[in-house]
Design a protein around this ligand. Structure first.
Ligand SMILES: Cc1cc2nc3c(=O)[nH]c(=O)nc-3n(C[C@H](O)[C@H](O)[C@H](O)COP(=O)(O)O)c2cc1C
Length: 189
């Protein structure tokens, strides 16, 4: 199984989350993690899952102006023209391929880039196997709140389990193993 994790990150928090998701997912699939500027504009059709995420800015996905604001506030990534919003907008029709989104945000602030990104991906013909997910930072520059990297790893792992089950179903495997000539308490032949 193959997965691609695409991230935008101005201060580095979403990058850390993307890598933690990839490490969990990596227990089940071959995973590549790429910054959105380097992401393929047409993800390969042999991918089993694309995970895409970035920071919540002004209740939604970032825009050039909010990224400029982040740079003024000391963000390390000076890339302001192209981000998750622009990448999603340029995606070709997904024809039902799986794409799930995440964001980082301040806990009590409203709005979610991941929610908005999920709607954009759906409009491009992608299907989310689970609901989008938010991970929390203390303040605009971070750091992530306690336990968020573990939660991201576990979320990645759960995505991996989901892919493995889907692959089993596609291969006609039931998930019940025959032991000593019986399966589910019934003889196998
Ligand atoms: C211009 C700007 C606007 C923001 N607006 C919001 C917001 O509306 N809601 C929110 O929860 N966080 C908001 N934040 C905080 C970001 O979500 C936070 O900077 C981000 O999660 C850090 O991720 P990064 O290190 O990957 O850039 C904003 C940050 C910036 C710089």
């Amino acid at each position: 199984m193959k997965a691609l994790v695409v991230y935008e990150s101005m201060f580095g928090n979403s990058r850390q989350v993307a890598r933690a998701i990839a490490s969990g997912l990596g227990e089940y699939a071959e995973v590549e993690v790429v910054p959105v500027a380097d992401a393929p504009q047409a993800p390969s059709r042999d991918l089993d899952l694309v995970v895409a995420g970035g920071p919540t800015h002004a209740f939604s996905m970032s825009k050039p102006k909010t990224r400029e604001d982040a740079v003024r506030r000391g963000a390390a990534d000076a890339q302001t023209e192209f981000g998750l919003r622009e990448w999603l907008k340029g995606l070709p029709d997904g024809h039902g391929a799986r794409l799930v989104t995440f964001d980082t945000k301040v806990r009590r602030a409203p709005g979610s880039a991941a929610h908005r990104a999920a709607r954009e991906a759906a409009a491009h013909g992608y299907v989310a196997p689970v609901r989008w997910m938010s991970f929390f930072v203390h303040d605009y520059a971070g750091p992530l709140t306690y336990g968020e990297l573990d939660r991201a790893h576990e979320w990645g792992r759960s995505l991996g389990v989901l892919l493995a089950r889907a692959a089993d179903r596609a291969a006609g495997r039931t998930g019940y193993r025959a032991v000593n000539g019986t399966a589910n308490g019934r003889p196998t032949r």
